[in-house]
Write a protein that binds this ligand. Structure first.
Ligand code: MN
Length: 372
């Protein structure tokens, strides 16, 4: 009925000596694990994780509860291995995994069960749009959640590799799990941070859209990560769900886990709103600043009788910090002009150009001269 096709690519990258990432991919279970710990211990932790997943009987992780329990058991196995072998002390691994539940009997709508610990990620590409299904357990993600960092800042943050949860570190671990209905045409993607730390999200999305074959997509993503620097190991699994006839229509909106994509969407809506607001404010600012700078007015440069008639550029009231500036200082003083003209100048008469303002002063001087 529903056909699942997948492609995998993994690479040591351009800098690291070893590939501590591990993966497992069968037709129904997919996992990426990113190991950490010195002396090859990270490699041991990630490989142990994917081996234990690979040894599971069919259907062992078809519910979120079962998947969480299995991952917690794997955690204990790694933790015990880490505490017994001194060279493996402190080893740990991330795990992001998808189990396909698509029984041919049609008893339940086809869906994925996701389990996640750490900062490897799961994505869904649906209707040409990429959504992140997993939430990183990392220091920078916590800052993003608290609104202290943007997702873009987190991507290049110097502390982005600090994970707050991993398998093997403690006797117990908290595992995130959710259910995602599968719609024909869906493309799922699992990856280690070696991809997302290097390749911007829009490039990941367009590469996923461009490559029809899941294996080509996985290869293209790994190649992009290496082109952008390849500073970490990179592992990508692309999983396609095919065959429209096999998918009951009610699967489109029957599960709360679809809402895992909502924060991203509303976040981008907020972001677009913020950008629009900033552009609008900036435009107002430029217009206001320009208006504040355009035009001239006359004023005395003081209240004393020696204060001179001065031409100022800008608005008499100023705009933000754009106060008027002195454009010309005449030799006509307050004491020189008739009191009627003095009052008029105190009202700060406006002129479109400096020339007009100056010719007004020339007339003032003539009147003053005639007066004196
Ligand atoms: Mn990594």
């Amino acid at each position: 009925m529903l056909t699942i096709r997948h492609g995998v690519a993994t690479d040591t990258g351009n800098v690291r000596a070893q590939n501590e990432d591990a993966f497992f991919a069968s037709g129904t279970l997919f996992a990426v694990a990113d190991g950490m710990g010195g002396h090859n211990a990270g490699e041991v932790a990630s490989a142990l994780t994917t081996q234990l997943l690979g040894a599971l009987p069919q259907g062992a992780v078809s519910t979120p509860e079962a998947f969480v329990e299995v991952v917690q058991q794997i955690n204990q196995s790694i933790y015990q291995a880490a505490t017994t072998a001194t060279e493996q002390r402190g080893m740990g691994t991330t795990l992001t995994a998808l189990a396909v539940v698509a029984n041919d009997d049609g008893a339940e709508p086809p869906h994925m069960v996701l389990a996640n610990v750490g900062d490897s990620r799961a994505y869904l590409l649906r209707d040409g749009q990429m959504r992140q299904l997993s939430v990183d357990h990392s220091y920078v993600q916590e800052l993003v959640t608290e609104g202290l960092l943007t997702a873009d800042e987190a991507r290049t943050h110097p502390r982005r590799n600090i994970v707050t949860r991993a398998l093997g570190i403690d006797i117990a671990v908290s595992v995130d799990s959710s259910v995602i209905p599968i719609i024909a045409g869906d493309r799922f993607m699992l990856c280690s941070d070696g991809l997302v730390d290097e390749v911007p999200p829009n490039e990941i999305e367009s590469l996923c859209l461009l490559q029809a074959n899941p294996g080509d997509a996985a290869n293209a993503l790994v190649a992009a990560a290496k082109k952008h620097g390849g500073r970490d190991n990179i592992t990508v699994i692309v999983i396609d769900a095919l065959s429209p006839a096999a998918v009951p229509s009610e699967t489109t909106n029957n599960d709360a886990s679809i809402s895992t994509a909502q924060p991203n969407r509303s976040r981008s809506a907020i972001l677009i709103g913020a950008v629009v607001l900033v552009v609008a404010l900036f435009t107002l600012f430029i217009v206001g600043a320009r208006n504040a700078r355009s035009g001239y007015f006359l004023d005395f440069d003081g209240t004393q009788s020696s204060a001179e008639v001065t031409v100022y550029q800008g608005s008499a009231n100023g705009f933000l910090w754009f106060g008027p500036t002195v454009a010309f200082v005449s030799d006509v003083s307050r004491g020189d002009v008739l009191s009627a003209l003095e009052r008029e100048i105190d009202r700060k008469p406006q002129f479109d150009s400096l020339k007009e303002a100056k010719s007004y002063i020339v007339q003032l001087a003539e009147v003053a001269g005639g007066n004196g």
